[in-house]
Write a protein that binds this ligand. Structure first.
Ligand code: PLP
Length: 406
């Protein structure tokens, strides 16, 4: 049995780090080298590296089956995919989106020439619902015409897609989803991928389905799919369509090779993440002032985020302090998202901030209290056991740690 950690064992108090390598927060699943090498060899033999190559096409077909949609369009990354969908939909004016999300959600709209209209989130789900969208539109006081709604499916959960769809339909504006974190999640309304006009998923290395870097747009709308293809690539679609402009959002064969191999392993990766989560839960569920967020709005999550809320009064340490404690142990926990979009450049002093500074209390509270713990290829059940115990120890020695950090 492992010995109970003493204060002097803690790296922040002078001990040695618990790990001799960095434990990253992201997924970082890579395929077996042999499998990748085989595909790379075939790419070199064909001499076809980018723009609609055979591996990319096969990956898109497999993704369409995986998501249960008519079209899956692989692109450079999800940030570009979101801008691209906004252009393809011909949106103008303002786009309602949450203040509590990764900065790329808002910035992709700014790149597309649109104005983010920020909504606060429901603190229990950390996502926007129809009430939050209503409130954001009311706060905008007609200053910005609402051109679309961009809902975010966060932390392997889902933001009530059908309810928001009905809301957007009643309002007569297009709805699309930033599902960057939600590959493979099954919401209470069905598998994510086919909701709204389109959804955009990230295939970045830190995500559950990685093509090393990349993103995928999913939609059941043939015309929208053709527009996305024509905007994204000089090869375009077999169906020429009128589009406002083009860009280069090519998905390479090398990305497709990583993506295809990782797709085969998807269920195994989720299973490993689930086991890791179970370990964290078993160790930390009784800890006062430390709460592991359960996935919201889904019947099956991809389990790729361990989202925790720290209450300083009860735990004795705040999220920033706990992050420092873990970093000293070579554990790269992260304070996503800190600060919220409304306090980030370039939005903090922008007229698009329709609700004013301090107008996002739930986002502010989450950005102070939330941390993400490592889970993924390099952080499995064994690492979770050590990290869980480090957190328990940090709580036991919180007074000394506070003194040290002061
Ligand atoms: C909610 C959200 N939106 C957008 C993105 C951007 O994804 P990408 O890195 O593929 O551009 C991310 C990536 O972390 C994300 O978490």
């Amino acid at each position: 049995m492992r010995q109970r950690r003493r204060a002097e064992d803690m790296a922040i108090l002078g001990g040695n780090p618990a790990f001799d390598r960095l434990i990253p927060v992201g997924q970082l699943y890579f395929p077996a080298w042999d499998r990748y090498e085989e595909d790379m060899r075939s790419i070199f033999e064909r001499g076809w590296f980018a723009d609609g190559g055979p591996l990319a096409r096969r990956f898109e077909e497999e993704l369409a089956r995986f998501f249960g949609v008519r079209h899956a369009i692989a692109v450079t990354n999800a940030t570009f995919g979101l801008s691209l969908v906004a252009k393809a939909l011909g949106i103008s004016g303002g786009v309602v989106l949450p203040a509590w999300t990764f900065i790329a959600t808002a910035q992709s709209m700014t790149w597309a020439g649109l104005t983010p209209i920020l909504a606060d989130v429901d603190p229990s789900t950390q996502m926007i619902g129809t009430e939050e969208i209503d409130q954001a539109i009311a706060n905008a006081k007609g200053e910005h015409r609402v051109g679309a709604i961009l809902a975010v499916n966060l932390w392997g959960g889902a933001a009530s897609p059908k309810r928001i769809e009905k809301y957007a339909d009643d309002m007569g504006v297009p709805l699309f989803f930033d599902s960057a974190q939600a590959v493979g999640c099954i919401s209470e309304d069905g598998k994510l991928g086919g909701f709204g006009r389109a959804e955009v998923f990230s295939l970045h290395a830190t995500k559950i389905l990685s093509s090393a870097e990349g993103g995928v747009i999913t939609t059941n709308d043939d015309d929208l799919a053709a527009k996305c293809r024509n905007i994204s690539s000089s090869c375009g679609d077999e169906t020429p369509t009128a589009i406002p402009l083009t860009a280069s959002g090519c998905f390479t064969e090398a990305q497709a090779a990583v993506g295809l191999a990782n797709l085969e392993q998807f269920d195994d990766h989720v299973m490993r993440n689930r086991m890791t989560r179970d370990v964290y839960r078993a160790i930390l569920s009784d800890l006062q002032g430390f709460r592991l967020l359960e996935h919201s709005g889904v019947v099956a999550s991809n389990d790729s985020y361990i989202n925790c809320i720290v209450d300083e009064n009860e735990l004795g340490l705040n999220a920033a302090m706990l992050t420092q404690v873990l970093h000293a142990e070579a554990v790269v926990s992260r304070r996503y998202f800190n600060p919220g979009i409304h306090r980030s450049t370039p939005y903090a002093h922008s007229p698009s901030l329709v609700n004013g500074q301090g107008g996002y209390p739930n986002t502010d509270a989450l950005s102070m209290g939330v941390i993400q713990l490592p889970v993924g290829a390099l952080a499995g059940p064994e690492e979770a056991e050590v990290i869980g115990e480090l957190i328990l120890a940090a709580c036991r020695f919180s007074i000394r740690i506070r003194q040290r950090l002061a």
